[in-house]
Design a protein around this ligand. Structure first.
Ligand SMILES: [Cu+2]
Length: 278
């Protein structure tokens, strides 16, 4: 297990973010439409970038007709800021303000905890990157691994609409797990925006897993150090866990990046990492 780095004391800086809970139909891929709950209209919500030691203020406005909240990991905060009960739940129409101390560098998920099961399954999730004040400049990649639930899809390729009996046009039927396992809000290589890099980069990856399944994160043709000093090219991430790692980029290619559970890769967790020459 990764050991947290040093604790950073408050640095006197405040970073403020406005998050809005908005329900919308989210296009996971061609003809794959999801009845989503979102932060600011996207799955995942915006990446919150802060520096270790920052006070982080989140103003959450709930524009939906269901309760919602924001909860995060590894940051320090009082229980009334936990997003679980009492005043840290935003009822429909309410705005709630959260205050965290980003005491540890790395990446963590943030997500709804008012109704964690449904909120996370609907898409109320995102990543917070906490930069160490002294970290080396790098080409950073943020990866959010999550899972969707079949019952919340408005439409899936090859699946008849229960009301009209019609098969939607466009898209390709990809089996019983299709579009259920997603990377940065989308499924499959043609829909997940590719990660890009150049030989010579310090390539830093910030990966969070926030859903109902465990995942692995595997990058073809590359390798990096584990916290225990061993070398790997595939890490395991249970729900609610996270990892930052980096390597010196040295391989040109259009590399596959995927979860190694076959039903998750087949279900959409497959993307590309496009590395060009120096
Ligand atoms: Cu997986």
């Amino acid at each position: 297990m990764a050991v947290p780095g040093p604790r950073y004391a408050p640095n006197g800086q405040t970073k403020t973010f406005d998050l809005r809970v908005e329900d919308k139909v989210w296009e996971v891929g061609p003809s794959a439409l999801y009845n989503a709950w979102t932060f600011n209209g996207t799955i995942p919500g915006p990446t919150l970038e802060v520096t270790a030691g920052d006070r982080v203020v989140i103003r959450l406005t709930n524009n939906s007709n269901h309760r919602a909240s924001v909860h995060t990991h590894l940051a320090e905060f009082e229980q009334v800021q936990d997003g679980v009960d009492g005043p840290s739940i935003a009822e429909p129409g309410e705005t709630v303000t959260y205050e965290w101390l980003a005491a540890y560098a790395g990446v963590v998920p943030y997500h709804d905890h008012a109704d964690e099961g449904e909120g996370v399954a609907r898409g109320l999730l995102g990543a917070m990157v906490v930069h160490a004040p002294d970290e080396a400049p790098a080409n950073e990649h943020v990866v959010v691994l999550s899972d969707l639930a079949t019952e919340y899809f408005a439409q899936l390729p090859g699946v008849a609409d229960p009301v009209t009996g019609m098969i939607p046009e466009g898209g390709t039927y990809r089996g019983p797990h299709q579009y259920m396992h997603i990377m940065n809000g989308h499924a499959y290589e043609e829909s997940i925006p590719p990660f890009t890099g150049r030989v010579g980069d310090l390539s830093r990856w910030r990966v969070v897993s926030i859903g109902i399944e465990a995942h692995t994160f595997h990058i073809h043709g590359h390798r990096w150090l584990e916290p225990d000093g061993s070398v790997t090219d595939n890490i395991q991430l249970a729900p609610g866990t996270y990892r930052t790692f980096e390597f010196q980029e040295d391989r040109v290619g259009d590399w596959l990046v995927h979860c190694h559970f076959p039903n998750h890769a087949g279900g959409g967790m497959m993307a590309r990492y496009q590395v060009t020459g120096p």
